[in-house]
Design a protein. Structure first.
Length: 409
């Protein structure tokens, strides 16, 4: 048998204070000191150059002061870590109340706890009362050098989370104001939508082309990975375009019959989106969605309040979503409209939502209230202006609407 390693402990580790200890190894006659640096969450090891335990203890304290500097210990209730945990708890309460989507806290946790570039690693024991714009800027500068591949969106999420942590401290009266934190300039990714009449000639209407393709494949009884493509997909396409819902598991695929109310004057559906991307909302649909809902009830005459609207036989909504995505890709191929020539990206099921918003802006001839449209679609006026309105031509009707004045009694 081989002997013990020369770096094996020679006796017990002696703790001097929290995060500070001395010990000996067989390879050296000198006592070693182990110092916990909370800023980097690691131990730093040095030799005390002392053989006496008493003198080694004194040397250890001096080395700890030298390594850690004169930085004073911050009380827990003033640390960035403390208010970061408070922000997470606040986010979880908002989710429980239906005011935020689950992604809200997931994003906060990612920005705080990421082991490589999270805020916790950089600021965890820092005193929120002493954080300045300079501290934020130094963090972002180091991050840019360390991770130049991080997207502008991710950097801006970090900025927003940093500010939100300090907002909690401000609301507690611990700080009076939040340091300036300039956002990174963000390049918007284009949103694809299907060209439709009157933006294009009727023969170039891509939206109508995919509707025809869906009907053709259903008539041919096409099968995609063992699942028949039926008129249900055609109805799903229509419903998404006329309801503004996101084709995601927490919105379109989460809708049940109890979430649908048929309303009149004007004829429409009221959809209760319980856990959408932006939280709870009740959305108004266009009249065409009512006809789709009538066909859904005919297709599933025994459906109860807790049955899903689309593909209810699949309890796993993620599975239902994947089936629809595969079938929709086949429809796009059949229609020959797989790429958006303007945005230069591939069409997806999400393009139907973008088409729905663009249709309201165009087909209303400038009459639609953009605030109501944003609220109904679960987005913001800023998003609509940034991603949709600026890509659409300013029609004569929009110009006339721009020049109108409201009537006064």
């Amino acid at each position: 048998m081989s002997g013990k390693s020369k770096n094996a402990l020679d006796g017990k580790i002696i703790t001097i204070s929290r995060g500070l200890a001395i010990y000996k190894v067989k390879a050296s006659p000198f006592w070693q000191v182990r110092i916990r640096d909370p800023r980097i969450k690691r131990y730093i090891v040095r030799s005390t150059k002392e053989t006496s335990r008493i003198q080694a203890r004194a040397a250890a304290r001096e080395l700890a002061h030298e390594v850690l500097g004169s930085e004073k210990r911050v009380e827990r209730e003033f640390t960035f870590r403390y208010y970061a945990s408070r922000l997470i708890a606040k986010g979880e309460r908002l989710i429980a109340q239906g005011e935020r989507n689950a992604n809200y806290v997931r994003t906060i946790r990612l920005c705080i706890n990421n082991p490589e570039w999270g805020l916790e690693k950089a600021f965890h024991v820092r005193d929120v009362r002493e954080l300045k714009t300079r501290d934020y800027q130094e963090f972002m500068d180091k991050l840019a050098k360390k991770r130049p591949d991080l997207s502008t969106s991710t950097r801006n999420m970090l900025t927003a989370t940093f500010r939100n942590v300090l907002k909690v401290a401000r609301d507690d009266g611990v700080i009076d104001s939040i340091p300036s934190t300039p956002r990174s300039r963000q390049q918007d990714n284009p949103r694809s939508y299907f060209a439709f009449h009157p933006l294009v000639a009727k023969e170039d209407d891509d939206y109508q082309a995919i509707l025809r393709a869906a009907q053709e494949l259903a008539a041919q009884e096409h099968v995609t990975r063992g699942v028949p493509l039926t008129d249900e997909l055609y109805d799903l396409i229509l419903f998404t375009t006329h309801s503004f819902v996101r084709p995601i598991v927490s919105e379109l695929y989460a809708l049940k019959h109890r979430d649908v109310t048929v309303a009149d004057d004007p004829r429409r559906l009221l959809l209760t989106i319980r856990n959408g991307k932006t939280g709870f909302r009740v959305a108004n649909t266009m009249p065409a969605a009512v006809s789709v809902y009538d066909r859904i009830k005919q297709r599933y005459p025994k459906a109860g309040p807790d049955d899903y609207l689309f593909f209810p036989d699949y309890e796993n909504r993620g599975t239902a979503s994947k089936i629809v995505q595969r079938q929709f890709c086949k429809v796009l191929k059949q229609a020959g409209v797989e790429d958006d020539p303007s945005a230069k990206i591939k069409y997806t099921l999400y393009s139907l939502r973008h088409t729905a918003i663009c249709m309201r802006l165009v087909l209303s001839h400038g009459q639609v209230n953009i605030y109501n449209l944003a609220k109904n679609a679960g987005t913001s006026v800023e998003q609509i202006e940034r991603f949709y309105a600026k890509r659409l031509p300013l029609s004569r009707e929009m110009a006339i609407n721009l020049h109108q004045f409201g009537g006064l009694d």
